[in-house]
Design a binder for this molecule. Sequence first.
Ligand code: FAD
Length: 500
Amino acid sequence: MARVVVVGAGLGGLATAARLAAAGHAVTVLEQAEQVGGKLGRYERDGHVFDTGPSLVTMPQVYRDLFAATGARLEDQVDLVRLDPAVAYRFADGTRVDVPGTPGAVPDALEQALGNGSGAEWTALMARAEAMWRISEQPFLRTPLRGAATLARLARSPADVATIAPWQTLRGIGERQLSDVRLRMLLDRYATYSGSDPRRAPAVLATVPYAEQAFGSWYVRGGLHRLALAVGERATRAGAVLRTASRVRRVLVEGGRAAGVELDGGERLPADVVVSGVDASGLYGDLLPPDRRTRGPRRDLASATPSLSGVVLLLALRGRTPGLAHHTVFFPDDYDAEFDAVFGTGPLRGSPRPVPDPTVYVSAPDDPALRPDEDSESWFVLVNAPRHDPERGVDWDEPGLADRYAADLLAVLARRGLDVRARLRWCEVRTPADLGRATGSVGGSIYGSSSNGARAAFLRPANASPVPGLFLVGGSAHPGGGLPLVTLSAEIVAGLVGPA
Ligand SMILES: Cc1cc2nc3c(=O)[nH]c(=O)nc-3n(C[C@H](O)[C@H](O)[C@H](O)COP(=O)(O)OP(=O)(O)OC[C@H]3O[C@@H](n4cnc5c(N)ncnc54)[C@H](O)[C@@H]3O)c2cc1C
């Protein structure tokens, strides 16, 4: 039995704690915030309840595995609801596409909305994505990253390399296989699931819509934050100790290996194993003493493009919106302008800037647990945004910026046909700077490093750090961000630590 300290009670930290405690280790989780969940957070005011981060659960099998490993059935712990339609898209030209929640119905829906063989083209693309998935799931998503060895293993079969086409971008595969510009936009958007630019992210991200359609899009009744609570409960039931309002200021290294942590205030907790669930840049930049062994990951992090962030509006609304899907995506006319603004690229080049005419994502769960009465709604609105970077990009703490931008976004929504300004009780704005402060993610980057570039996935921080006894879990480490990958990263870390 090892003494394990887990730093951070985001889903990654909690899932690792649950697995390791169930495996017989003595686990303590230390979380800086007052509540657990990290980005999988919750906000409540005047009876309006919001998920402040994720609004979409995909790949339920990974949570099923997690709960089974800790002695429970997922379905007994959280109430998962399959969404149908999975998502509704609204394009600038007025086209509407409601993507059905069952994969077999998707091609017809696309053909009806977009025509021109879109259904058949999408089917062909998803067949390619399925092949990519089969090649990459086990050796990449479910296996520790081992730098060149991982690349070599993936490269062993020329046929597999041709399928994955590491030289091709997501935009490239869309241009090759999809004729309709709106369908290409729909595909491009999946780059943002890893905080990336479709023009630079690899084609293998086509596996994201494949996984979403094959395994379904899901909601957790009562809000997704309940998933964090349920995983936290699995951890404590297995004997883990969960301490909130406990910020770690240092990972202790003694005799060349991780030896515990020091909290703000000076308390020290000795440990045989330290699992960091905090942003990898924060771990290597702030929590660890400088060490030549960590030079490699620090260099890789510095050379990667940080992932995009987001501006969130939590809208408390009077009245109801008939016919609004659970998730709706309102696309702009010029999608590239959005990525140029977020990453500071394109014809205007220069610094990243708030997107003037962004894609707007509205999540409006029809869930009585989230509203004060039947004549109200609680909406989560998200737009992509550059991270908080006062020196080289946007200073999201600039007085007045958040409120001005929130007003702009409500006007954008109104132009796209959904004017809720007269129904607004209040609006809570969360900027990238707020996200950074709340969760410790540097600059509010949602996914750590982006997947921009063919090698990005292999430069992500590995789960086993160069310091023996110190492991990394979560969205900024391998295999990546988003709830399912974070849960897989916990499985990998638990495997690396091993049984008690
Ligand atoms: C707006 C938004 C929308 C999203 N939408 C989706 C979605 O629809 N579907 C999806 O799958 N994913 C989505 N994601 C991504 C998903 O939320 C994350 O990938 C995932 O929750 C990250 O979990 P984590 O455990 O890696 O990190 P975090 O949740 O960031 O957890 C890290 C924890 O560590 C704590 N911490 C940091 N520093 C310290 C310290 N020094 N001492 C102690 N504790 C510390 C933090 O407070 C935090 O609780 C979204 C994220 C955001 C922000």
